[in-house]
Design a protein around this ligand. Sequence first.
Ligand code: FO1
Length: 325
Amino acid sequence: MRNVTVLAGGVGGARFTRGLLAHLAAAAPDAAVTVIVNTGDDMWLDGLRICPDLDTVMYTLGGGINEEQGWGRPEETQRASSEIAAYGRGWSWFTLGDLDLATHIVRTDLLRNGSTLSEATAFLCRRWQPGVQLLPMTDQPVETHVCLAENVDEHAAGDYIHFEEWWVRYRARVAVTGFEQRGLADAVAAPGVREAIRTADLIVLPPSNPVVSIGTILAVPGVRDALRSTTARVVGVSPIIGDAAVRGMADACLRTIGVETSALAVGLHYGSRNRGGLLDAWLVDETDAAALPALAAAGIRSAAAPLWMRGLTATTAMAAAVLAL
Ligand code: FO1
């Protein structure tokens, strides 16, 4: 096991990858891990380029994450954000901590001076040393927007708002009719992304949001083709346990695209590799073991293992289960 590539969103993907690194340190010390991260949650805010999923993976693997929240920095203050709010600017419902702001300021400085997002990310990782190659899915700006199905606050049904406003301000509780990944048509896979997929021995789809995180990465032109033609084995981990989303509001996203909130439905949504889909194998939680026969019938090898990411021991065991599968 020499090259492992992970397609990750934010919190779920970061926590799983931390367990993967811990497992590989013991089981395959010379393995190299590349994490391809969703950038569809990115936005311009207060003149700064915010990259929530890249930062969550970087902080989590670099030891700088706020563990309870799963995003942002620990021991944070919001002095600068309070001042921005006092001017009536910014997103009052989106917490940009003072320590976190430094990351956005440095990244924006690099971008404004000609760095690509990949180069800016590599620069930030020189400080955080995440222990993986951290790649944005693309260097072109992509932003996920949602189409509202109903009026809410200053928005009307039919309006599009940024995913983060739907996710953070409305906790995905406002009905939406669909997602739009703006900029995706003009996006190309970032340098190293297709190679990381082609040269991997194992590719993991961790328990990130299958629609707006993994789904967005898969929608980058060229990524899905690379996954279909790689010799690597592609193993996914269910983000749904017992018909409920483990984290976040993945069920709201799945409902929007007409996929049932179950480990089986998401596995079938990704599809079996030998039937035009992506997966060689699919890991479900023990409570969803009843799905194994249907997954096998769909051509997807599968197994059941504990998938609650309660801590490093749990995620390390999950990674072991993925490699065993
Ligand atoms: N999530 C929240 O629920 N509330 C916030 O105020 C918030 C601020 C925030 C700031 C920077 C950042 O990198 C992430 C932040 N997140 C916040 C998390 C973010 O919404 C999610 O991690 C991803 O976008 C979904 O995977």
